[in-house]
Design a protein around this ligand. Structure first.
Ligand code: MLC
Ligand code: AMP
Length: 504
């Protein structure tokens, strides 16, 4: 990679200019002026105490005033349990109002929330806990994490005196998200209050999110999509959300009909399933549908547009950066493109040295971008002049619309969940019948990519045995769906496995 090379065709327009053309006028807008999300949220609540904020599938609404009281009470319980600002709270449970309250209460007290995938078994959640050292865990099932003090999503701990609230500073860490590392140990991504606020404020502007909007939130609350975009954005806009414990096509459509929802956010697998429903046209009741976390196939985009009557907005983001690029609300929503750099975000493409390709690695900068991994690992993730290297490869259309054309990082995205090939390879290599293995993502119409293990066997071993070995040791979404036996793995001159040759 050479520094500073910006191919003319890959230069994206200055974000404010681009958005001004699509109706975003406030060039001087300071996205992080409110300081922190808890401050911004409580300001909003105070202005409309009776406004509905969150409801569960039963349709019972929690008002802004009630949300303020419930989060203050739970924050008081954390404090009475000995937790102080800066302490870490590990959170892993299905989405619910209680869970949202537990999360917002933690941010109001200045705790650092460590969200963990509910599919993680004891080994995987244990590895995160060992790295995060939480003072307390909020768990759907305490047996998942023995040895760590825990409570349920309702935080049914003794009440305590009212603690100081909403005093976190913009630079304080609010979220610590662990992505699996290819080195085996989980890699911590600290996101500051200012980072989270910048993402929420940027999409509020870009998607014209207002207090009259109502989101169907069927995403898990342990990733930035459900948490940082869905929940935080709803509360910043003073809007409301129906929180569903899991995604089901009919459950989402019923919730839209019953609650008069206006927004739905989802990963492409959700949109593929909705597009196949005979009830697809019911999504036409919404003001806006947004897809992200993985590429939306243009054929799905077209099927949705035909069925709903208007095109979805595809957007692009990352845990480390929050939201980066989005198709415009007004103006063309282009299939196969993630759109324009969001307000406040700078994007550029850096050509791969000598590749001769018009595509380059996507580099980003802005108040939404984190400051670096926990413990200073992965410092090469930033260029010398402070741009974050996303590991995604992009190409810009002449008018600045960005297309994601591949990844330079070894990552499989299945149903919007990230699978790091080496984590799965390590598990399979532990089987005595496996001499060598490469795990790849194979294109799949529903999941985007499907996890496939290419195995060089050292002994007589069947595919079923290896699949069962993986099933005993890996969260369901990481498990290989297929084993392909090969005589040897294709390697380049450096001895590195050529994964692209296996992923067909
Ligand atoms: C579930 N399974 C998966 C899977 N999800 N397998 C592969 N990939 C996945 N993502 C497994 C189940 O355990 C089950 O295994 C089998 O697949 C079928 O289950 P299902 O009932 O059909 O799946 P379902 O529970 O409906 O889950 C599908 C889904 C879910 C799409 C609703 O995966 C999901 O909520 N995805 C959202 C992920 C997300 O929020 N990503 C955001 C990351 S943030 P078995 O073995 O029992 O058959 C990010 C930044 C950004 O990327 O830009 O947003
Ligand atoms: P995560 O680490 O879970 O936050 O996943 C971030 C990754 O998801 C990005 O680096 C991209 O590879 C991918 N991603 C997110 N949105 C999109 C999108 N709209 N199109 C293609 N890839 C996406």
């Amino acid at each position: 990679m050479t520094a500073g090379q910006v191919p003319a065709a890959g230069r994206l327009p200055a974000p404010v200019d681009a958005w001004r053309r699509h109706g975003f006028e406030d060039a001087a807008s300071d996205l992080v002026a409110a300081g922190t999300l808890p401050r911004a949220w409580t300001d909003r609540w105070a202005r409309a105490l009776g406004a509905p904020t969150l409801a569960g599938p039963d349709g019972n609404w929690v008002s802004a005033g009630e949300l303020e009281e419930r989060t203050a009470t739970v924050a008081g319980r954390y404090a009475a349990a000995g937790l102080r600002a800066g302490d870490r709270l590990l959170v892993s449970a299905a989405a619910s109002i209680d869970l949202a309250v537990a999360h917002v209460a933690a941010l109001r007290l200045g705790l650092v929330v460590v969200p963990v995938n509910t599919a993680f078994g004891p080994t995987e959640i244990g590895a995160v806990a060992a790295a995060a050292r939480p003072a307390l865990a909020v768990l759907d099932d305490s047996a998942r994490l023995p040895g760590v003090r825990s409570t349920g999503p309702d935080v049914a701990l003794p009440d305590g005196p009212p603690p100081a609230l909403d005093e976190a500073r913009p630079d304080d860490t609010a979220l610590l998200v662990f992505t699996s590392g290819t080195t085996g140990a989980p890699k911590g991504v600290p996101l500051s209050h200012a980072n989270l606020l910048a993402t929420s404020a940027s999409i509020e502007v870009a998607w014209r999110w207002t207090a009259s909007d109502r989101l169907v939130l069927a995403l898990p609350l342990f990733h930035v999509h459900g948490l940082g975009v869905g929940l935080h954005g709803t509360l910043l806009a003073g809007a409301s959300a129906v929180i569903l414990p899991r995604f089901e096509v009919d459950g989402v459509l019923d919730a839209i009909a019953v609650t008069g929802a206006t927004l739905m956010f989802g990963v492409p697998t959700m949109w593929v399933r909705l597009a196949a429903s005979p009830r697809l046209a019911e999504l036409g009741a919404l003001r806006l549908c947004v897809s992200g976390s993985a590429p939306l196939d243009p054929s799905t985009f077209a099927a949705l547009e035909a069925g709903i009557g208007s095109p979805v907005i595809e957007r692009y983001g990352m845990t480390e950066t929050g939201m980066l690029v989005s198709n415009p609300y007004d103006g063309e929503r282009r299939a196969g493109s993630v759109g324009l750099a969001l307000p406040g975000v700078e994007v550029r493409l850096q050509e791969c040295a000598g590749s001769g390709e018009p595509a380059g690695e996507i580099l980003v900068r802005g108040p939404n971008v984190f400051g670096g991994y926990l413990g200073g690992v992965g410092a090469d993730a930033f260029t010398a002049d402070g741009w974050f290297r996303t590991g995604d490869l992009g190409r810009a259309d002449p008018d600045g619309y960005l297309r994601i054309v591949g990844r330079s990082k070894e990552l499989i995205i299945t149903g919007g969940f990230n699978v790091y090939p080496r984590d799965v390879e390590e598990v399979l290599r532990g089987h005595p019948g496996v001499a060598d293995v490469a795990v790849v993502g194979v294109p799949d119409p529903e999941w985007g990519e499907r996890v496939v293990a290419c195995v060089v066997a050292s002994d007589t071993v069947g595919a079923d045995e290896l699949l069962a070995w993986g099933a005993d040791r890996l969260a369901p979404y990481k498990r290989p769906r297929e084993v392909r036996f090969v005589d040897e793995l294709p390697r380049n001159a450096m001895g590195k496995v050529v994964r692209s040759a296996l992923a067909g």
